[in-house]
Design a protein around this ligand. Sequence first.
Ligand code: G4P
Length: 290
Amino acid sequence: MSINWYPGHMATARKAAAESMRKIDLVIEVLDARVPHSSCNPIFERLRRQGQRPALKLLNKADMADPRQTERWLRYYNGLPGVKAIVVSAKKSSDVKRIPIACQALLPDRGTPAKPLRMMILGIPNVGKSTLMNALLNRRIAPVGDQPAITKMQMFHKLGPGMSLVDTPGILWPGIKQSALYKLAAAHSIGRGAYEDEDVATTLGQYLLSEYPGRLAQRYGDLPADCQVHQLLDLIATRRSLVKKAGGADVLRASVALINDFRDGALGPITLETVDDVGAELAAGPVLPA
Ligand code: G4P
């Protein structure tokens, strides 16, 4: 599976993000707690570090992520200079209320009408930016994807006296690593037309068989000893009566069922990458695409 697109509006959005970065004091980066490393856009991370802007990293969708791994990710991010990380679920108002307080704590000398705290919210598609913006601003705003990129980039919203927030469209980056692609597809951050369900389900299934076999058994029934991913997909098809017209297990529909069960949280809270899994990439820092 490979995705080699970088639509024009993403290039425009990237330029506008670089411009906005100069006008703000702090970056709020929304990450998907199920894929905390893969959902970090290296272009924005590099821009942020170059601009020396502190970051509040939100490990969002924590309700769907493995709490043990979230705890480890939290410790990792909180060990980085200029970074504060917190665990949130954008759908919980008590979590959302912690965000302005955490921003203020990162830059305590800002946040007054005379010295405002200007923030920018960043995140790849589907990590929960619109949900968070709506909750933070206590109103319904148009989904990020419905507005032209430039307008979105320039719109500052008032968050309170002395605090404002600029929105950005969720964009991906060119040359996403193969190892990250399936995780982003599973998390629904990549559009359906850009990958094959069977490819995503195969890699997802392998990871789940290795790290969360008990959850699979709970959802689909007992698994054979040393279950391989093709057996898992066959088993899902058989137990769900997903049969092809010509006969035989419908592996494609079983693949979609597995992906949807992961996305809907039907397999329980799961994280697809650990700090150890991606340790080498973390040590290398954000690598810009060629
Ligand atoms: P975006 O602007 O970054 O693209 O994301 P958006 O807010 O639109 O959220 C994407 C999906 O994730 C939405 O579900 C939203 O309800 C859900 N979501 C956001 N934050 C959280 C969270 O903390 N926990 C959980 N469980 N869900 C969250 P959706 O409209 O049903 O879309 P989809 O999941 O079917 O793609």
